[in-house]
Design a protein around this ligand. Structure first.
Ligand code: MN3
Length: 266
């Protein structure tokens, strides 16, 4: 009996030794690789936008931006409109396996490389996807007020004052005929500029970096504001997220137009 127990203990000891060896062998590579696997210093706006595209969750409740943007508009806008852009984009790209896993931004920057039969679909829906991904992020229930940080200084320097900037931005948004976007971009000369685009075109198609933009499609405001786009443009400033806009501005000036720096929480 004693001999039997000794043998059992011996095997148990051997077993434990083997187990320790096994665990340390498996653990070792993880420990060694952890410094190289360190998370790069990225912010939500610095993430790429790979395909197949995914609908990013709204970063707040549907009703969070009320009374300036109503819950029903937010729900339809995010769950239906943005979702449709994502689905349509993925459906088009599914026909071309060699386009899978390409970044949406690189596709939009080089539309000529996209097969002709899906080019317009990619332009409209890829643009719709990255524009809206930015849009949700640059609004916040804690937003509004005067700009803060570096962007405040640059706005003053470029446009004279925040009020003058806001006026010019609203005027450009109001003047965009039909559906489109009004933007504050950093242009290829590194300067801030107010621009507009039709439909879902993105400023990146012209080599500018979209720092902030407002959606002036009727679907963005019609339930609450009907035809009063000017009122929507005025009230929108109450939800503008200057923290996020400062991050995007910093990226736009530091990262040139690297596709890795453009987007945007997906
Ligand atoms: Mn929209």
């Amino acid at each position: 009996m004693k001999k039997f127990l000794q043998r059992q203990m011996h095997f148990l000891g051997l077993g434990i030794t083997l187990l320790v060896l096994l665990v340390s062998c498996q653990a070792a590579p993880q420990v060694e690789s952890s410094p190289t696997a360190a998370t790069p210093a990225t912010t939500p706006v610095a993430q790429a936008t790979p395909t197949p595209a995914q609908l990013p969750p709204l970063p707040y409740d549907y009703a969070a931006l009320e009374p300036h943007i109503d819950a029903e508009t937010m729900k339809l806008h995010h769950d239906r409109h943005h979702a449709a852009y994502v689905n349509n984009l993925n459906e088009a790209l599914a026909k071309y396996p060699n386009l899978q896993n390409r970044d949406v931004v690189t596709l939009l920057q080089d539309l000529d490389s996209v097969p002709e039969d899906i080019r317009t679909t990619v332009r409209n829906n890829g643009g719709g996807h990255i524009n809206h991904t930015m849009f949700w992020q640059i609004m916040s229930p804690q937003g509004g007020g005067e700009p803060t940080g570096a962007i405040a200084e640059e706005i003053n320097k470029t446009f004279g004052s925040f009020n003058q900037f806001r006026e010019q931005f609203n005027e450009a948004g109001g003047g965009r005929f039909g559906s489109g976007w009004v933007w504050l971009v950093r242009n290829q000369n590194g300067q801030l500029e107010i621009t507009t685009t039709p439909n879902q075109d993105s400023p990146i198609m012209d080599g500018s970096y979209p720092i902030m933009g407002n959606d002036v499609w009727e679907h963005a405001y019609y339930l609450n504001y009907q035809n009063r786009r000017a009122d929507y443009l005025d009230n929108w400033w109450n939800v503008v997220n200057w923290n996020e806009i400062n991050q995007r501005s910093a990226l736009s000036s530091s990262a040139s137009l690297s596709q890795q720096s453009l987007n945007q929480g997906t």
